[in-house]
Design a protein around this ligand. Sequence first.
Ligand SMILES: Nc1ncnc2c1ncn2[C@@H]1O[C@H](COP(=O)(O)OP(=O)(O)OP(=O)(O)O)[C@@H](O)[C@H]1O
Length: 385
Amino acid sequence: MLLQHLSLREFRNFAAGDLDFGARFTVLHGPNGVGKTNILEALYLVATLRSFRSADLGPLVRHGAAEARVEVSGHDRQLGLGTRLAVHLTRTARQTRRLAVADGKTVRSGPDFYGRLRAILFTPEDLGVLRGSPTGRRQFLDRALFARDRAHIADIADYDKLLRSRNRVLRGEDAGIARGQQDTLLDAYDAGLAAAGARIWVRRERLLADLRGAFAEAFAQIHGRHLGVTLEYVTRLAGEPGAESADPQTRLAEALRGARRHDLMRGTTTVGPHRDDFDVRLDGQDAGAFASQGQARALILAFKIAELQDARARAGEAPVLLLDDVSSELDPQRSAQLFEALLREAGQCVLTTTAPHFIGLPAGGDCRYIEVDKGHIKLGGDSGP
Ligand SMILES: Nc1ncnc2c1ncn2[C@@H]1O[C@H](COP(=O)(O)OP(=O)(O)OP(=O)(O)O)[C@@H](O)[C@H]1O
């Protein structure tokens, strides 16, 4: 989809905001805290019905408002038609409800909505992923999969819900459950977790297998060919004796059953893809512990390039690249390298920066500079920085 227009109502710090996208680049610029990332978050919401900053959608509704709306219009290149996608958020006392609308029609099922706008996100936090927590690395992989496989978003949501329910039962938090009922409930949760969890696990393994070659090549181009690089999925389930013959769902179901007594004592679920990780090695050494800052960034950049190449090859067109404030983390030389490599692979790209002169893209033609100022999108933003 080629993005043409975005309209925000009561979203984050925007009471109302409208902007037209550049055909290739849209540079959102302004000081810290004015709402630039909020605009990327709005686009990400339309792509995935999720936020990349908060699990709860409540904070996306402007303080004091009960409802928020994000609407994107653009051109669906595959259908050759104009298209409009909207997400409405309604905050109630207990939760925030979301409603997806495509071309005026409500879309009840998430998987029917995901993928109409396909977006790949790159934030400064991604640059620290190798040194950060396994949770951050799993989110990093899952975000890559959200753009690749629309079923993955639904599986992650189902898995998280089942996991929370299983953990509540393990901790005895559901009052009034007898001992016999507890086992029946756990059996049901285990079956659901094994089904969704196996799909998550298999997709993550396949993603890494598919990206491995392009990742190594992109890293070699950025950093040189003198260091060997590997990329592996890490799961405790892989090495279970005799497990190789069973399919992933059966292996996960058996592992959950086997861990149940232990999990009851711990009050939490200790096996499954919510405990998995991925491992990047430079000449056999763990990159998280041994790579220099520059190497770690080059590795993540290489992963994103591989992700963009894969997405373009699969869908026949490049997804929209959402690039949040990356230049602030890099020196000018690295910044130039990053833009050169990423932008070569990207189709349409929406980027935020406090320093538009850093971006170095000429205004006009396919590039539009838009100034953001405390919840206001300045009109007439197609001039240069
Ligand atoms: N629900 C909300 N209602 C009103 N304002 C909000 C809401 N959520 C966030 N904000 C405001 O949005 C602003 C943050 O916006 P954002 O993170 O997009 O800034 P930014 O321009 O990307 O800044 P930086 O350059 O530092 O990354 C803050 O001023 C915050 O108070």
